[in-house]
Ligand binder design. Structure first.
Ligand code: FES
Length: 272
């Protein structure tokens, strides 16, 4: 799968446009692909940030955090990845809900973008809230503005938008009695957990996109399991989106930490 173009969006976050015509033909907002960088590489899930059926390309955005994403970040225009499986997972439920609040933490801006576009096209009033540590980590503000009725930026240090965490604006909106029909929150687990805690007292349906470790992506290995309403569900085939208020967050976050030591060691010994 040849890489058509690469772009560094912000430090350590890269956008790749990859030739994958059959995936581009079928992709929908909320779906993902599983990428293997080399013959002996692990398989990592990455959200489809955009696609162009005419060109036959998909765009993925990833942050350089471990061995595989570091190897991926070394590739240049014209290089190729060994395989991409997709589109996987269920597309986001898109309909005219009324007012939809989309929350993105960190580089999940890329994941939120196609959802915002689809929600806007479906006739929703779209309020998008993006949170980042500082202004240097923000990207696609213009793109998001073009598909949002309101775009709110928050940064931890106040260097752009309002100072504070991404959950504060929606908390204030709900406390003021503003009507919101649906919330979709995507980002680090801790951010999604606190988004769920924020909206729960107000009874607003809140959807999150889970990002567990995955292997096959087809519901067979059980690696991506998530406890939803006390039942085991697989993020790859039952998700990746679930009702945020039904997730056992402590269990999920503990599972995500399972291989932290191995991941550190892998990065130390990898020749990337
Ligand atoms: Fe194997 Fe989901 S990744 S069951």
């Amino acid at each position: 799968y040849p890489i058509i173009s690469t772009e560094e969006l912000v430090p350590r976050v890269r956008l790749y446009r990859i030739s994958a015509p059959r995936i581009a033909k079928k992709a929908a907002a909320g779906q993902f692909v599983i990428v293997r960088v080399g013959e002996n590489g692990e398989r990592i899930p990455l959200t489809i940030a955009d696609w162009d059926a005419h060109e036959g390309s998909i765009s993925i955005v990833f942050m350089e955090v471990g061995t595989t994403t570091t190897k991926l970040s070394r590739l240049q225009d014209g290089d190729a990845v060994v395989d991409i499986v997709g589109p996987l997972g269920n597309p986001t439920e898109i309909e005219n809900f009324g007012t939809v609040c989309l929350m993105a933490g960190g580089f999940a801006t890329a994941t939120i973008m196609p959802i915002a576009r689809a929600m806007k096209t479906a006739g929703n009033r779209v309020v998008t809230i993006v949170g980042a540590r500082n202004k240097d980590l923000l990207f696609w503000r213009d793109r998001l503005s073009s598909v949002s009725d309101e775009l709110i930026i928050t940064t931890d240090d106040g260097s752009a938008g309002r100072k504070g965490v991404v959950t504060e604006p929606i908390k204030e909106m709900l406390e003021r009695g503003e009507h919101i029909d649906r919330v979709i929150a995507i980002g680090p687990s801790i951010m999604m957990k606190f988004s769920a805690l924020t909206t729960k007292p107000f009874g607003i349906k809140t959807i999150v996109s889970m990002n567990p470790i995955m292997i096959d992506g087809t519901g067979m290995c059980g690696c991506c399991r998530v406890s939803v309403n006390g039942q085991t569900r697989f993020a790859c085939v039952d998700g990746p989106e679930f009702d945020a208020h039904a997730i056992d967050w402590d269990n999920f976050m503990a599972r995500q930490r399972t291989y932290v030591e191995e991941e550190k060691r892998s990065l130390e010994i990898c020749r990337c």
